[in-house]
Design a protein around this ligand. Structure first.
Ligand SMILES: *[C@@H]1O[C@H](CO)[C@@H](O)[C@H](O)[C@H]1NC(C)=O
Ligand SMILES: *[C@@H]1O[C@H](CO)[C@@H](O)[C@H](O)[C@H]1NC(C)=O
Ligand SMILES: *[C@@H]1O[C@H](CO)[C@@H](O)[C@H](O)[C@H]1NC(C)=O
Ligand SMILES: *[C@@H]1O[C@H](CO)[C@@H](O)[C@H](O)[C@H]1NC(C)=O
Ligand SMILES: *[C@@H]1O[C@H](CO)[C@@H](O)[C@H](O)[C@H]1NC(C)=O
Ligand SMILES: *[C@@H]1O[C@H](CO)[C@@H](O)[C@H](O)[C@H]1NC(C)=O
Ligand SMILES: *[C@@H]1O[C@H](CO)[C@@H](O)[C@H](O)[C@H]1NC(C)=O
Ligand SMILES: *[C@@H]1O[C@H](CO)[C@@H](O)[C@H](O)[C@H]1NC(C)=O
Ligand SMILES: *[C@@H]1O[C@H](CO)[C@@H](O)[C@H](O)[C@H]1NC(C)=O
Ligand SMILES: *[C@@H]1O[C@H](CO)[C@@H](O)[C@H](O)[C@H]1NC(C)=O
Ligand SMILES: *[C@@H]1O[C@H](CO)[C@@H](O)[C@H](O)[C@H]1NC(C)=O
Ligand SMILES: *[C@@H]1O[C@H](CO)[C@@H](O)[C@H](O)[C@H]1NC(C)=O
Length: 553
């Protein structure tokens, strides 16, 4: 929606939209400039996106065009809890250094919200909105009509188009484009398939993902339902469908292209609250046909939801997604409110599918392009069998690290009785810690324990210990991760398993210790630790006025 704002601050202002409805905003934040943000707080991630201020949830409309990634997100700029949903907006050239942009979409009428959805580029002007350009952008999203008491009303699917590459939008004058007279029908994700547009969307409380098709993004025809699949939870939300390459995990040999269907459920996750599951199969133009009946989860911890795949990334490149790193069970209470913001996104991740040892088709997910934000190697150490390392990273200004540990040449017949590799991040000041470890025998658990960090541990829904069985291939094993002030992401066995783990320390964690014991004597352990730059410091120095980011001077 394009705002006709006369002042730069929408304080109690009634703004007319192109739709001829009115937008009521009762909060003091800028409408023609980015909302300013202070990214210096001790809990503020430095290589992850977080909103300048206020509350954020699902990523929306993520797309790539002309070298720029666009991230929109569910945004309440006026409060530190969910509600009053707008589409916030940020752009990046590398997915780590973000520039905050003005809010892209505002609720169209009082008590309404612009809920989750997607965006596509329309170079061939299939929509008719872009007669003389090839860089038009169309956003497809749910408008939620509530009532003054916070009750839920109709959810319709609407579109808005942008002639300036995704910075400002005009509301389509014949919305809605899909209306099923439902109050639980949301989160359209649109992709290009052949010469048509294809949408996946949920009837949330009927446990249905519906597929619709369109030639022009305006006229949508129902194609099929994918119903009652996987873990039902209590609601379905935020589906995505993307073409996904398959690859041998050990040799890298390419297999056939398949389709990946992801689905977020909330509430009702096995660990409580929200989680994302996925199905691997083939989309045949109308139906998604899963390869098997298995339900698989994206993450073995609790803080990864509503991931969305970027539209328009180069063909042949593994699909990239980014997800909301939080959980509805506690997101409105986490302690970052003391710094004026709540919620971060995960790091961008690249994805492919592999036939993993014993467990079959599995999504492999790893950090994408982390070299772009890497500063220096702060530790490189190798040993065989038993060994250890201590890495003091208190001098790393961002307090953000990337690390990798590879174990190779494991001999199963020579493993000791308790063959383990553990690594712990800690604060020598407060004694707080996040502990992790892997057992190379038996049930092969990899575990993460955030109970040693002081903040938020009393919250009833704050599970602190997570584990997963990692059936590694017997001779090599690896773990990689990113730790960034209040968010830890760990990728086990070259991306076969991943966990996203929030933590809220009183003091920054600045010491990493790694130790292995009882491995086969010739097993080699390679450790590398890299400091990361702050993605926010850079932006602020380059364009403080435009980005609105106040950072450390
Ligand atoms: C930014 O936040 C820090 C604390 O997190 C505070 O010390 C500093 O004064 C703030 N800067 C501005 C410009 O508000
Ligand atoms: C646009 O048209 C060209 C030429 O017909 C075609 O190759 C391409 O796939 C189309 N792209 C999209 C996104 O519609
Ligand atoms: C994209 O690139 C084309 C060709 O360089 C240029 O004409 C167009 O203005 C660019 N559009 C955006 C939104 O950056
Ligand atoms: C919408 O598409 C359907 C199916 O292709 C077609 O029958 C109908 O005429 C179209 N409606 C409009 C308004 O274009
Ligand atoms: C698809 O699912 C929706 C939601 O349950 C339902 O309203 C619709 O009738 C279904 N369509 C078909 C063809 O089954
Ligand atoms: C495990 O994977 C590595 C390559 O990553 C390969 O060299 C090794 O042969 C594999 N081991 C087995 C038992 O398949
Ligand atoms: C797509 O799959 C559905 C369900 O299995 C099937 O009924 C339909 O015939 C298939 N369409 C094509 C074009 O193969
Ligand atoms: C996956 O690997 C197993 C064991 O190597 C094999 O039996 C199975 O056929 C493979 N599955 C696929 C779909 O390739
Ligand atoms: C593993 O250890 C056993 C027992 O020492 C030995 O016989 C075998 O050759 C070793 N395997 C490899 C691949 O080194
Ligand atoms: C790793 O932690 C586990 C569980 O506490 C423990 O049994 C094991 O001895 C530890 N291993 C190392 C190398 O510290
Ligand atoms: C572990 O192996 C990966 C893939 O080969 C490599 O990128 C990474 O740098 C290695 N890590 C260490 C510590 O050598
Ligand atoms: C990179 O690390 C060096 C110390 O090794 C530090 O002086 C510098 O400030 C860091 N650069 C950035 C951009 O973080």
């Amino acid at each position: 929606m394009k705002l006709l704002a006369s002042s730069s601050v929408a304080s109690l202002a009634v703004l007319a939209s192109a739709q001829n409805t009115s937008t009521v905003d009762t909060s003091p934040f800028p409408t023609d400039a980015p909302v300013p943000g202070n990214y210096t707080g001790g809990l503020r991630p430095q290589v992850h996106f977080s909103p300048p201020q206020g509350f954020m949830n699902d990523p929306n409309g993520v797309f790539y065009q002309n070298g720029t990634y666009h991230l929109y997100y569910q945004y309440n700029p006026a409060a530190l809890v969910a509600g009053n949903q707008h589409w916030g907006h940020a752009t990046s050239q590398d997915l780590y250094r973000w520039e905050n942009q003005p809010i892209a979409l505002y609720p169209p009428v009082e008590n309404s919200g612009v809920f989750s959805g997607s965006a596509v580029t329309d170079p061939n002007n299939t929509s008719g909105f872009f007669p003389d350009q090839d860089d038009g952008v169309v956003a497809i999203f749910t408008t939620n009509y509530g009532d003054a008491n916070g009750g839920s009303g109709l959810q319709t699917q609407d579109i808005a188009y942008s002639r300036d590459g995704g910075y400002t939008f005009e509301w389509y004058d014949q919305n809605p484009v899909i209306d099923y007279n439902s109050s639980q029908f949301r989160d359209p994700k649109v992709v290009r398939y052949g010469d048509e547009w294809v949408m996946v969307i949920t009837f949330s409380q009927e446990f249905t993902i519906s597929i619709f098709k369109s030639p022009d993004l305006k006229n949508w025809t129902f194609a099929s339902n994918f119903t009652d699949a996987g873990l039902l939870g209590a609601q379905y939300e935020c589906p995505n469908m993307v073409q996904i390459p398959t690859r041998d995990h050990d040799t890298g040999e390419e297999g056939e292209m398949l389709d990946l269907l992801t689905l977020s459920i909330q509430p009702g996750a096995p660990l409580g609250g929200s989680v994302t599951e996925y199905f691997i199969g083939r989309f045949n133009g109308t139906h998604f046909n899963p390869i098997d009946r298995a339900t698989r989860l994206n993450d073995f911890a609790k803080d990864n939801y509503a991931g969305q795949f970027f539209y328009g990334t180069p063909e042949g490149q593994d699909p990239i997604d980014i997800a909301w790193a939080s959980n509805w069970q506690y997101t409105n209470r986490v302690p970052t409110a003391s710094e004026g913001w709540r919620s971060a996104m995960t790091v961008p991740r690249s994805n492919y599918v592999t036939n993993a040892t014993r467990i079959g088709w599995t999504l492999v997910t790893e950090p994408f392009n982390i070299d772009a934000i890497t500063n220096t190697t702060i530790e490189e150490k190798s040993w065989t069998g038993n060994g250890s390392a201590i890495v003091d990273y208190s001098q790393v200004e961002s307090n953000a690290l990337h690390f990798s540990i590879n174990v190779t040449g494991i001999n199963q017949t020579e493993l000791g009785t308790n063959p383990t590799l553990n690594f712990t991040f800690m604060s020598p000041v407060s004694g707080e810690s996040i502990r992790n470890g892997f057992l190379f025998s038996g049930d092969n658990p990899f575990w993460v324990d955030r109970s040693g960090v002081n903040g938020f541990v009393d919250d009833i829904f704050w599970n602190t210990k997570f584990s997963v069985a990692d059936i590694y291939n017997g001779t090599v094993w690896n773990v990689e991760g990113v730790i960034d002030r209040s968010i830890f992401e760990v990728f086990v066995d070259r991306g076969i398993h991943a966990a996203t783990v929030l933590y809220y320390p009183d003091e920054p964690l600045t010491l990493l210790s790694v130790a292995s014991r009882d491995l086969s004597p010739n097993a080699k352990v390679d450790l590398a630790v890299w400091s990361l730059e702050s993605g926010w410091a850079d932006t602020a120095e380059a364009t403080p006025a435009q980005s609105g980011n106040y950072t450390r001077v």
